[in-house]
Write a protein that binds this ligand. Structure first.
Ligand SMILES: NC(=O)c1ccc[n+]([C@@H]2O[C@H](COP(=O)([O-])OP(=O)(O)OC[C@H]3O[C@@H](n4cnc5c(N)ncnc54)[C@H](OP(=O)(O)O)[C@@H]3O)[C@@H](O)[C@H]2O)c1
Length: 235
């Protein structure tokens, strides 16, 4: 039996990923920072709830103790994320971003991933087939955002793509450090969720597909890579 924790799984892509992995037979922990919404989602999905705010050491450490006491962890999906939007007031967005906005975005998207990994790596090391999926973004690709011919080139924000590029480097470095684990970054695609005011062009069902696939990667499958539904992506 595979036990899986998904951070930020009370709604959006994380919730749909939880639904799919419950369906696939995993014991799924819905990690959520709001107990009521997290518990409700877990009940609706036939999953377990664990309180987990990725910006808060105490809840992350308590969550690791809870999951450990119940038998351990095989798959960690670092899904919780925020996109700090900066209004376009006629000046380049790059001129308006502040150090505080950067810190705020990194606190969840980057430091949150490290905080959760730090707490759960000891559990994953005891799994026979440990897997980590870091939910990155196509906007993390330095290759695509620097290519004037690529659709992602238009994106003007600073904090979000920078944070997801950092997530990709976490994937590379942790994958080298833990060769017995399969650790990959995924790009779910531009999806209608609260993250982007529901402006995305695809459904959460479509977005969850690559996360579910990489959560079920075989022990001899890829590690240290960056993938979307069509295959490897350039960094
Ligand atoms: N939507 C897209 O187009 C798109 C594209 C590429 C990548 N992604 C990535 O996909 C992931 C999921 O995003 P989504 O689109 O599903 O967004 P969403 O609907 O806004 O869901 C984000 C989830 O993260 C949780 N979260 C935020 N901060 C947290 C914290 N400090 N601790 C714990 N949970 C926290 C939210 O919880 P609350 O309900 O409490 O806020 C929510 O459950 C993110 O990493 C995002 O960057 C999304």
């Amino acid at each position: 039996m595979t036990t899986t924790l998904i951070t930020g799984a009370n709604k959006g892509i994380g919730r749909e990923t939880a639904r799919r992995l419950v369906e696939a037979g995993h014991t799924v922990y819905v990690g959520a920072r709001d107990a009521e919404r997290g518990r409700r989602a877990a009940e609706e999905l036939g999953a377990r709830f664990v309180l987990l705010d990725v910006t808060d050491d105490a809840t992350v450490e308590a969550a690791a103790k809870t999951v450990e006491a119940a038998g351990g962890l095989d798959v960690l999906i670092n899904n919780a994320g925020i996109e700090t939007r900066t209004e376009d007031n006629g000046v380049p967005v790059a001129a308006t971003v502040t150090g505080d906005q950067m810190r705020n975005t990194f606190e969840t998207n980057v430091f949150g991933v490290v905080r959760v990994l730090h707490a759960f790596l000891p559990l994953l090391e005891r799994s026979a087939a440990p897997v980590v999926v870091n939910v990155s973004s196509g906007l993390a690709s330095l290759t695509h955002l620097s290519d004037p011919d690529h659709p992602a080139h238009f994106y003007p924000g600073i904090a979000y793509p920078t944070s997801k590029a950092a997530v990709n480097m976490l994937t590379v470095q942790y994958a080298k450090a833990f060769p017995g684990m399969r650790i990959n970054s995924v790009e779910p695609g531009f999806t209608r969720t609260d993250l982007n005011g529901n402006t995305g062009t695809q459904t959460v069902e479509e977005a969850a597909e690559i996360i579910v696939r990489m959560a079920q990667v075989a022990p001899d499958g890829p590690t240290g890579g960056f993938f979307d539904i069509n295959g490897p992506l350039p960094w």
